[in-house]
Design a protein around this ligand. Structure first.
Ligand code: PRX
Length: 664
């Protein structure tokens, strides 16, 4: 095991061993559930046939010849099939007479700033945007960067790209210009779709200036399409920049969708790995759409005619791609899409949205649940939440306390909770209870979904027994799986398929309890999970050493009661730099800013400790395990292998000194 698994994992396992509560699905829910007992057996009898049956729910221009071609680790699903993702998400519902059905109840952050978008509206918007992109010269295969706030045009932009077979690369609006340019260059995007700004925490924040700055490093970008959202003043580059409303509004609302090969790239989504450079995870069309629509229907028990579905996430992350855009739209769902933060306009904003729109399914991250919990139950209690019938959690392990609070105060002890484990790489949900079937346990993701193979293995790749912990692996190919890392097939093989031959290594620790149910325990590599956002320690170290005063940096993830993990950085400065007193404090401020500029504000360390030296082994390796002990105020582990054991003690004293409070 890596040293990360040694400390964090062990403690988590023993804490979980005491959790024995179980919540069977309510009988009334079970009776009407989309997933009925027998589904697991049916899928495992012939997984390919089972996935093929799910694929029949989509509209294909040409039926596939073969369900799966598996040349480990390279998969092709629905080989020979032809399909258009946007047609499946929009047009076919309109053609089936459901054009008046609401696709999105969009809720802007400023109160009263709402839009209702039907499937017919969405079809017109997507067709116009597709025509606009064609006018800009976009062709199938071209990569398009999308850097936008949570507004309907963001979804429209994604679908317009999908319609043209032009893979989109959505970059979260909270990333800095440097992070943006890195991603634009890596996949050689020639067109960027953005907005003047968006509303966040009660204020208009700018996006276009970040794009302008990023593009100084991206000379090949020829067009920037800008949605007017906040009416801020923006700088304008003639010949390159064009307003969305000037280009798109004048286009005809008809556009004939062409079909593409099932393996046509649909999108690239950058995510942090264990190196400083984020990986461009590639997803393709047919299998991904089958996976997201199937899991959306089964895990969330979606009833398209009556449910109001709300994934409270940003489209800048994979959760938004799969469960705001592709899964729900392929299923003709009515979704709520909310632009802002949970406390914009008051700490009951979310509950107001649930009440106003009669949300029946709510899907969010544990970090948000913990924040809502901290604010107090009086906020959910002051609204009528009786429309809710199912709750979901994603992005990080959910602690039993937060699970119970979610169940009691949001779900009124009456809604099944689905704790869904998956990753950017998996494309869709992989491990989760099925509501109506699974008796849930607070904090357990329970079982691989039908058609999915997962196991927990030890260091040598042997499956562990019930009651034991190890590494989570996926044992079989699945339709939504990543097809590679953009531009780097070797890195794909090396990262995911070499640690345990024949298996996909997820990077997570897991435990099988006495009943064989799965508990996910967090990452076992150098990837941190901060508020459900994936950030690598190396990426932040790289940002810190980019500052002229810094000699060396070591970053660890320390457990945090609200954000799951928090970033703690240990930094040594160059010889002539003063790192004490006011100058030291100013340097810490500058370093946090340096990280915000290089990656984005979400990556700012909670704490930065300036130190004359880092604890190293005699061979010069930084002892991160000890730094994690320091950061988590734990008793220090074995220090005998250290070159100079006094350093770590000194850091520990510094960490525990009065006034060493969190800076974030
Ligand atoms: O460590 C796992 C954690 O989030 C990682 C994937 O992050 P990302 O690619 O950003 O995708 C997040 C949204 C799908 C995983 O390796 N994770 C995700 N869901 C859970 C989880 N950990 C525990 N329980 C979950 N339900």
């Amino acid at each position: 095991m890596t040293d990360a698994a040694d400390d964090g994992g062990g403690e988590a396992i023993s804490a979980l061993l005491h959790e024995t509560r179980q919540f069977p699905a309510p009988e009334a829910f079970a009776k009407q559930a989309n997933a009925q007992p027998g589904i697991y057996e049916e899928a495992s009898a012939d997984p390919e046939a089972w996935w093929a049956a799910q694929a029949e729910n989509l509209t294909w221009d040409r039926h596939w010849d073969k369900v799966l071609e598996w040349d480990l680790p390279f998969a092709k699903w629905f080989v020979g099939g032809r399909i258009n993702a946007a047609y499946n998400c929009v047009d076919r519902h309109v053609e089936a007479g459901r054009g008046d059905k609401v696709a999105f109840h969009w809720v802007g952050e400023p109160e009263g700033d709402n839009r209702t978008i039907t499937y017919s509206d969405l079809k017109d918007m997507v067709c116009k945007a597709a025509n606009g992109l064609v006018e800009l010269g976009v062709k199938a295969g071209d990569r398009i960067a999308i850097y936008m706030p949570m507004i309907p045009e963001a979804v429209v932009a994604m679908l317009a790209c999908a319609r043209l077979g032009a893979p989109h690369s959505v970059i979260f609006g909270g990333f800095s210009s440097e992070a943006l340019s890195g991603r634009i260059l890596d996949s050689d995007c020639r067109v960027v779709i953005t907005a003047d700004g968006g509303y966040r925490r009660g204020a208009a924040s700018a996006l276009k200036p970040n794009v302008d700055e990023a593009l100084e490093r991206c000379p090949d970008v020829r067009s920037v399409l800008v949605v007017r959202r906040t009416h801020q003043d923006v700088a304008w580059t003639e010949g390159r920049d064009i307003w969305w409303h000037e280009l798109v509004d004048r286009q005809p609302p008809e556009h004939e969708a062409q079909s593409f090969d099932a393996e046509q790239p649909l999108y690239i989504m950058y995510t942090s790995g264990t190196t400083a450079k984020p990986k461009g995870i590639l997803h393709t069309t047919g299998g991904y759409l089958v996976h997201t629509s199937t899991t959306h229907r089964l895990v969330f028990d979606l009833k398209p005619e009556t449910d109001i579905f709300w994934t409270a996430a940003d489209i800048g992350w994979v959760t938004g791609h799969s469960y705001i855009v592709y899964g729900p739209l392929a299923n003709c769902a009515t979704s709520v899409m909310y632009e802002g933060t949970p406390d914009a306009g008051g700490r009951d904003r979310w509950w107001k949205i649930v009440e106003d729109y009669k949300v029946s399914i709510l899907y969010t991250a544990p970090t948000t649940i913990r924040t809502l919990m901290k604010w107090g139950e009086e906020f959910p209690e002051s609204h009528d939440l009786s429309s809710l019938r199912l709750l979901g959690s994603v992005g990080e392990p959910i602690n039993p306390e937060a699970w119970m609070w979610y169940r009691k105060y949001v779900g009124r002890d009456n809604c099944p909770i689905v704790d869904t484990w998956w990753q950017t790489e998996t494309g869709g949900i992989m491990i989760s209870p099925l509501p109506g079937i699974t008796a849930t346990k607070p904090g357990a993701a329970m079982k691989p979904l039908p058609g999915i193979g997962a196991a927990v293995v030890d260091n040598d790749g042997n499956e562990v027994g019930d009651g034991e912990g190890g590494y989570l692996v996926l044992t079989d190919p699945w339709p939504g799986m990543l097809r590679g890392i953009w531009g780097d097939p070797e890195r794909y093989r090396e990262t995911y398929w070499s640690r345990f031959p024949g298996y996909y290594f997820a990077g997570d620790g897991a435990k099988k309890d006495e009943d064989g149910d799965l508990w996910l325990l967090g990452r076992v590599d150098d990837v941190m999970n901060i508020s459900g956002h994936r950030i690598s320690t190396t990426e932040i170290e790289h940002a810190l050493v980019g500052h002229p005063s810094v000699a060396e940096a070591a970053v660890v993830g320390a457990s945090d009661p609200t954000t799951g993990q928090a970033i703690v950085a240990f930094v040594t400065v160059k010889g002539d730099v003063v790192a004490v007193g006011e100058e030291g404090e100013a340097l810490v401020v500058a370093l946090r800013e340096q990280v915000a500029i290089t990656i984005g504000p979400i990556a700012k360390p909670r704490q930065i400790l300036l130190t004359p030296e880092l604890p190293k082994t005699r061979s010069g390796k930084i002892m991160r395990r000890l730094l994690r002990d320091v950061a988590e105020h734990r008793e220090l582990g074995d220090v005998t292998t250290l070159m100079d054991p006094t350093i770590v003690q000194m850091l520990d004293d510094q960490m525990n000194a009065p006034g060493a409070a969190d800076e974030a």
